[in-house]
Design a protein around this ligand. Sequence first.
Ligand SMILES: [Zn+2]
Ligand SMILES: [Zn+2]
Length: 309
Amino acid sequence: MPYVEVTVLGSGGVMPTSERLTSSFLVYDWRGYTVLLDAGEGAQIHLHQSPRSVHDIDLILVTHEHGDHVNGLAGLLQSMSVTRREKPLTIAGPKSVVDFARETLEATSGRLGFQVNYLTLEGEGSLLLYEVGGDKLLAKWAPACHTTESLAYRLEWRPRPRIRAEALKSIGIRPGPWISELLRDGEAKIGGAVVRLEDVVEPAKGASITYTGDTAPCESIIELARESTLLIHDSTYSSELEDEAFSRGHSTAEHAALVAGEAGVESLLLFHVSPRYRGYEAWRLYREALALFPKTMLSWDLQRIQVRF
Ligand SMILES: [Zn+2]
Ligand SMILES: [Zn+2]
């Protein structure tokens, strides 16, 4: 059964506190493919408490170069190196992030012992991360609305269609090697009869997770997040600090909820909580968003969210 799990490594913004580390989310799927979204300071400390290790990460997608999103990178790579990671790692993001990562590693890590591939992203785009057994994972990106060049990301799983056993039974055939031919070509010849894919499969539902990084409410993010299963949206401030939010390229919880509604997503996870909201004060952000978007969650460090599809 396909699933995706999100572990919140850092739910806060601006600077780490004893309650919240800064922005970082670990996303892994049933095939084991693992993506880290941003790498705030101390991300690896919470990663050690998750079911995954630094060796599992295949790709790090970074939104922008502000410290609360990148300061954990050097430590992560150092830990990968000293624990003898072997598989290659890809770090992707805007040019400023890629330059920062490259220069930091050159200055601090010496020989890592594994290959790091850098990928500079800009504007809007899409990349196939894997295609295995008919299952696909794509990464898409679009500009966020922040004070510096920043990208939002969408991870989109498109599992292979599933053959319905009852449909085969009703036309009197048994599963066999011809199934791969059917999935590849859209039809297959079985005992002289032609079976068409649409007659025996149910369309796969798929799932998608959109992560905004830092952003004010943003048209391009509404488009990127369209009908996402989960939208992880900047929610730095409560509504009384709306002016401050917009002038600093951030969102209030209310605006995160409005974006979620406009994009037609299934659920919303608020993050990048300002350090001014201590403990249960952060529930204020949750209540404000909940009043406008019913499937709202407030993120906490080490929270795990599973999406099954
Ligand atoms: Zn930030
Ligand atoms: Zn920022």
